[in-house]
Design a protein around this ligand. Structure first.
Ligand SMILES: [Zn+2]
Length: 492
């Protein structure tokens, strides 16, 4: 998720420089880092998924990204379809009233020059190469309905869209800052069909945006010479075309990209995984890289292998600590100035690669399921690197203090996103009190070990709160339900 803290809480435990130094030495003696082919597990997960191809043309002078999407779509709704809802997340940024960056809490931080509209202009929509009727949902312009000839359950066809994204002057996951363009979760996609039907929830200023279904991504990107693009893979130069890059992400849950007019890039291997770090200076790129290599190794040891061949860190112009996408995280520029906070942020966003990306969960109804779990995982990481004292200091800041804060009694860590008024209360309740639940569970059961079985069971699929609770009860050997209810659904 993005704004788990508005770059505001200070962490003050002392970190020894030895770890960073050791990582730097390891970088010097390792062979040139390159991406490995996808693992057999990843290829197996990719087997049954839709394939999508995006051809992108970036034009920095007018801040646009032209997008051609070809989505080989399979009807998995269990019923015949004549209309398919596609999501155009960029359209949420059209108006102040719907922009996730324009809440009273965020607007001055995200739009320092005043509100700036962004959005998608549709040029062409086709189903199986035939022009299709489309219309924007009257309530929410991020939903584009497409009429198709009846498609039987399990039937397949190709959705094709051509559109142009206007990138707003906005410090957010979609927007631009100083010579940087953030493109987080902003490419169009067919809406996910979940247990409760089509997932058509709006984008909110709090929590994560809705996600597509897992899919196999293939991208091409053309942009001016000298520009750099952080992506969840290593770009390949297209033969015969100096400015055309291609890349692929099998079994991705979403797509995040960040384009820079100029970037420093550092690379290293964490086991089999190529880790690449994009930032404004070499020192910043190296610093973030060192933390990510350590965090990735710790989480792989703890919860099973990282799923993708590449893990990318990208510095972004936004007032949040960070935001995760499949194989890539964005980290707020301000974080790089605060050393200890940068490491905790990178650990949290890296943990999301297991809890949110590899194991999907509903970030609208059960945000705690990836946020509180990632907080817990990052605490365990800090403990493994800096020991018990640092761990306890963070427990005090991250879990005990939020338990003492005064919060409206209507909201609990189990509340859906639309119940929260501000990111501050969302952060206190979902992250802080959610983490307190994880620590409470940890006193009578080995939560760390449970999370490993949870990832094993739900890798590349989706776990509901019921799935989480059922497996927890089974692993713990005692009835964990009252404790879960006490923390998740009961106001204090
Ligand atoms: Zn998060």
């Amino acid at each position: 998720m993005p704004p788990w803290v508005l770059a505001k809480k200070k962490r003050i435990f002392a970190l020894p420089a030895a770890g960073v130094l050791l990582a730097a030495i390891l970088l010097l003696v390792s062979p040139a880092p390159t991406a490995a082919p996808p693992s057999p597990l990843l290829l197996a997960a990719a087997q049954e998924l839709d394939n999508v191809r995006y051809d992108l043309v970036f034009q920095p002078e007018n801040h646009t990204l032209s997008v051609t999407m070809e989505w080989d779509y399979q009807n998995r709704t269990g019923q015949a379809l004549t209309d398919i809802p596609l999501r155009l997340p960029a359209n949420a940024y059209k108006k102040e009233a719907t922009s996730p960056a324009a809440s009273p809490e965020l607007i001055d931080l995200c739009y320092p020059g005043g509100f700036s509209p962004g959005g998608a202009t549709l040029h062409d929509a086709q189903w199986n190469a035939v022009p299709a009727d489309t219309w924007l949902d009257p309530q929410d312009e991020t939903i584009l309905w497409m009429r198709i000839p009846e498609l039987a359950s399990q039937g397949k066809g190709t959705l094709r869209l051509r559109l142009v994204l206007d990138i707003p002057d906005c410090r957010h996951v979609f927007g631009r800052g100083e010579d940087v363009w953030m493109l987080g979760g902003v490419l169009p996609y067919p809406a996910r069909y979940g247990e409760s039907g089509w997932q058509l929830r709006p984008l909110l200023p709090i929590g994560d945006a809705p996600q597509p279904e897992l899919a196999n991504y293939a991208l091409s990107l053309s942009m001016p010479k000298g520009y750099a693009c952080a992506a969840p893979f290593a770009w390949q130069q297209e033969e015969g075309s100096a400015n055309m890059l291609t890349g692929a992400l099998p079994a991705g849950r979403d797509m995040g990209l960040v384009i820079y007019r100029e970037a420093q890039v550092s690379r290293a291997m964490a086991g089999e995984v190529l880790v690449q770090s994009f930032a404004d200076t070499k020192a910043n790129a190296d610093k973030a890289l060192g933390y990510a290599v350590k965090a990735l190794a710790f989480f792989a040891r703890s919860y099973g292998d990282y799923p993708y061949p590449v893990f990318t860190l990208s510095m972004a112009d936004m007032p949040f600590a960070g935001m995760e996408y499949s194989g890539i995280i964005m980290t707020g520029r301000g974080q790089y100035a605060a050393k200890d906070s940068l490491e905790v942020t990178i650990a949290h966003e890296t943990a999301h690669q297991w809890f949110s990306v590899l194991v999907g969960s509903d970030s609208y109804t059960d945000a705690w399921q990836d946020e509180a779990v990632s907080e817990y995982a990052s605490l365990r990481y800090i403990e493994s690197v800096y020991g018990q004292a640092a761990f306890e200091q963070l427990v005090f800041l991250m879990a005990q203090s939020p338990m003492r804060e005064n919060i409206r009694p209507e909201i609990t860590p189990g509340s859906p996103l639309d119940r929260f008024y501000t990111m501050q209360e969302y952060s206190t309740v979902v992250y802080g009190r959610g983490l307190a639940l994880m620590l409470a569970l940890d006193t009578d059961t080995d939560l760390h070990a449970f999370l490993r079985s949870y990832v094993e069971k739900y890798a590349f699929s989706f776990a509901s709160r019921e799935d989480f609770e059922a497996l927890l009860k089974e692993t713990a050997g005692w009835d964990t339900a009252p404790l879960m209810t006490d923390y998740l659904d009961t106001a204090i």
